[in-house]
Design a protein around this ligand. Structure first.
Ligand SMILES: *Cc1c(COP(=O)(O)O)cnc(C)c1O
Length: 360
């Protein structure tokens, strides 16, 4: 059987989203974050659509290799920097920028005999307590980096927010203050904001914004989707009905027989499941679209199949298209119904999903 579960990646939406982010960034440069295979959309294809970005952000040197192999000449920032001393020569060879967040990395740089200066982003921890030097050591670490002959003179100063998606959370205010105090008087561009901060914390714009989710049309602000802020979803996940079956009142559907037909009715069986990345954990009643008609999922999501209440779509038949998410059916809502966020769902498409792209 040919593969039915198809993720269509909308390159036009990504181009639009980059332009929209730029507009919201108000003059700050835009780093397009393309880690995790561009949040599941495909690294090379996303980078092609986002080529107007001022830089790319990646989690791994291997992604930098792929972007250089695809011909991208922008700055590429490895967001967690070198993981070993040996990474430095590869980063130089590929001209990748290094985020420096830990004493061990300083030691590798100190011992490094490389000639060409490495571009460095100094990461400060202002309250997230994941990666970064304590903010109150900013001056000291900056001085050590500035004294290294193998580090480029322009050192970007950065921090990362823990809760910028909550627009009234005082933690972000404290992080901004702590960052400003730490870097006051130090030279170099400032880079604080992720997507949510771009939306909700204009004071944190700085000289660079690091935008991932919004470029794919995804919002992590609870109860919202990207289109609420003028962004367009970049992925549509679709499949087809492979069966339409009549049920009698009380007939139970799927593993563990969790759902019973409240009346005589028909259900549709769609060729997609958690084996493709559609979450098994969705709440009962999560909507899909059969043709143009919203219909609730009923019963358990299984590995290859999802069962759908067709009472709203009585004309539905085998072969009809089923949309799991995409324009008009936000992946953010599906994610919320699964107790997750949209990023996890788009990152979770498995290898058996067929990826295609269009220009919309
Ligand atoms: C992933 C990441 C981003 C982008 O976050 P979004 O919410 O996708 O915009 C920005 N900065 C750092 C350090 C990151 O790891």
């Amino acid at each position: 059987m040919s593969r039915l579960a198809t993720a269509t990646i909308h390159l036009g939406a990504m181009r639009h989203n980059l332009a929209r982010a730029r507009e919201q960034a108000g003059g700050a440069r835009v780093m397009a974050v393309v880690k995790a295979d561009a949040y599941g959309h495909g690294l090379e294809r996303a980078a092609r659509a986002l080529d107007a970005a001022d830089a790319f952000g990646v989690a791994a040197i291997a992604d930098g290799q792929r972007l250089r192999a695809a011909g991208h000449r922008q700055r590429i920032v490895v967001l967690s920097g070198p993981d070993s001393a040996a990474d430095l020569s590869e980063m130089r060879r590929l001209e990748l920028d290094a985020v420096i967040h830990h004493e061990s990395q300083l030691a590798w740089l100190q011992a490094d005999r490389g000639q060409r200066p490495l571009r460095v982003w100094l990461k400060l921890d202002t309250g997230m307590h994941r990666l970064g030097f304590p903010a109150d050591r900013a001056r000291q670490i900056h001085a050590r980096l500035a004294a290294m002959h193998n580090v480029d003179d322009t050192i970007v100063l950065m921090t990362h927010f823990a809760a910028s998606d909550e627009f009234d959370n005082p933690l972000t205010e404290r992080q901004i203050e702590s960052f400003q105090t730490a870097v006051d008087g130090l030279p170099g561009p400032r880079a604080l904001s992720n997507s949510a901060a771009l939306l909700g914390w204009p004071v944190a714009r700085g000289d660079w914004v690091r935008v991932g989710g919004l470029l794919y049309g995804l919002s992590v602000v609870e109860g919202t989707c990207g289109s609420d802020f003028g962004y367009r979803p970049a992925m549509s996940l679709r499949t087809r009905l492979i069966a339409v079956n009549a049920l009698g009142k009380g007939d139970r559907v799927g593993y563990a027989a969790t759902w019973a037909a409240p009346e005589a009715m028909s259900i549709g069986v769609a060729a997609i499941g958690y084996g493709d990345g559609y979450p098994r954990s969705i709440a009962p009643g999560t909507q899909v679209r059969v043709g143009d008609v919203p219909c609730p999922v009923v019963g358990r999501v299984s590995m290859d199949l999802v069962t759908v209440d067709l009472r709203g779509a009585p004309a539905a038949q085998v072969g009809d298209e089923v949309t799991l998410w995409g324009p008009g059916l936000p992946v953010e809502s599906v994610a919320a119904a699964a107790g997750s966020i949209s990023y996890e769902l788009t990152c979770g498409m498995t290898r058996r999903v067929l990826f295609v792209e269009d220009d919309s």
